[in-house]
Design a protein around this ligand. Sequence first.
Ligand code: A3P
Length: 308
Amino acid sequence: PKEKGWRTPHLFLFQGFWCQPKEIRAIISTQNHFKAQDSDVVLATIPKSGTTWLKALTFAIVNRNKFSVQPDNHHHPLLTHNPHELVPFLEYKLYADCNRLPDLSLLPSPRLVATHVPFGALPSSTKTSKCKIVYICRNPFDTFVSIWHYLNKVRPESLGPLPIEEAFDMYCRGVIGYGPYWDHMLGYWRESLETPNKVLFLKYEDMKVAERNQLKKLGEFLGFPFTEEEEKEGRIQDISSLCSFQNMKDLEVNKKGKGAISGFENKDLFRKAEIGDWMNYFTPSMFERLSNVMEEKLEGSGLKLTAC
Ligand code: A3P
């Protein structure tokens, strides 16, 4: 099956999810060649659900003994690099070039990598090894608005702007990169219930309102728990400030830099970062349609999402 794409002329249904031909080749290469190690951390997200933030937080947490996260460290790598440069995507970076396999020995330990593919499409070694998988889920209303803004920015001019009504219809039918979104979130949700030591399921909204607890949970899950002393000294707060939306957005590398993701401008990765921005775009009938779809799809799963 083939559908009109958001950013490219077409999206194709591959292994049960939608993606572009170039991505299909890279995903197959990842599935064939990536050998996860027990100490690896795989960050999994659907686009625009908080990937950049999760990358920054995870990098800061696991490397905090190597790179101090205290505000007097003006040389922390996150101050001069976009998080996507520090935590590469499997399918967009490491395995993007199907003719050349990456030299993973160049990745610092523990190896941090990211992916947008659904759980079922992860390379099998991520499941057979003891590597950890962290998923971040964002409410589908704000995720839609974020995707629509972003893809309209990076869409080739020749395709013209994508009207919100058209994008919304595709979204509600599940047609977005790596979607349907409900299948994506449910795949990781179910795994997190079955194997909680293997898959951690975080929510963007929880991270925004109770970041401290979520960061403690993330540190513990990754095997880098915060000591009492670190907590007392404010290390969690330091990480939260270092990776905060405002701090990251204002960095020179993110204001002026390019190419952290496939040739786009880094500034486009930082827009508003609010819970409930969808209310500025949704009509009552859009709200009703997406609410109904989500209710039906998540029914019985135990997964509850907060949209405002
Ligand atoms: P908005 O478009 O709603 O502002 P991704 O990183 O998966 O591409 O997701 C992008 C979304 O996360 C954007 O949402 C962006 O503004 C927000 N974001 C980027 N950096 C963030 C940070 N440090 N903290 C919270 N949200 C962030």
